[in-house]
Structure formats: C-alpha cells, structure tokens
Design a protein around this ligand. Structure first.
Ligand code: MG
Length: 104
C-alpha cells in the first residue's frame, strides 16, 4: 500500500508535477553518488547527502508505482532480474575458480 501522504501528494500536485519531481530527485541521486565517490567515500557530509537522496528517490519510486499502478509488475521484473543477477554471479565465481585451477 502506498503511504497516504504520497497519495495525497499526487492528488494535490498532480501526476506531471510528481513525474518532474521524480526526474529531479533521480538526477540529484546520480550527482550525490558521483560526489561521494570523488570524495574517496570518506566524507561523512557527502555520505549523509547521498543517504538523503536515496530516501528522496525511494519516495518518488513509490509515487511512480502508485501513478502507473505497476507495483505487482515491477515486483515481477525484480524477481526475474534477481534470478538473472544470481546466474551472472554464479558464472563469475565459476570463472574465478577456473582461473585459480589454471594457476596451479
Ligand atoms: Mg533530493
């Protein structure tokens, strides 16, 4: 269930405004990741900013899922993509183990 405050935000500000807000928040998250990485990952102020942007992005994703009524479909994609990722990880680990065997 979408948090009632997020539903109200869509009702009060409108779909277009919330889509624009989502684009802006995702852009801010991208910039925060880049700044944190460039800082060497030790700057606590930039880390806190990054965490705040992750929160903003998650809030906007929840709103987009509500707007498009797609939470179930998205969850299906997530399950499928996690299986694909698991397969890639297994292949990578098998490849690494074969590499170790080759060194002997
Ligand atoms: Mg933000």
């Amino acid at each position: 269930m979408t948090h009632p405050t997020l539903v109200r935000a869509i009702e009060v500000f409108g779909v277009d405004a919330q889509e624009d807000q989502a684009i802006e928040e995702f852009s801010e998250l991208i910039k925060a990741i880049i700044k944190f990485r460039k800082s060497g990952r030790f700057n606590s102020m930039l880390r806190d900013e990054l965490f705040e942007e992750i929160a903003d992005a998650k809030i906007m994703i929840a709103q987009l899922q509500h707007i498009y009524e797609c939470k179930g479909v998205v969850n299906g994609h997530i399950r499928y993509k996690l299986q694909k990722l698991k397969h890639k990880i297994n292949l990578k680990e098998e490849y690494a183990l074969e590499g170790e065997d080759g060194e002997e």
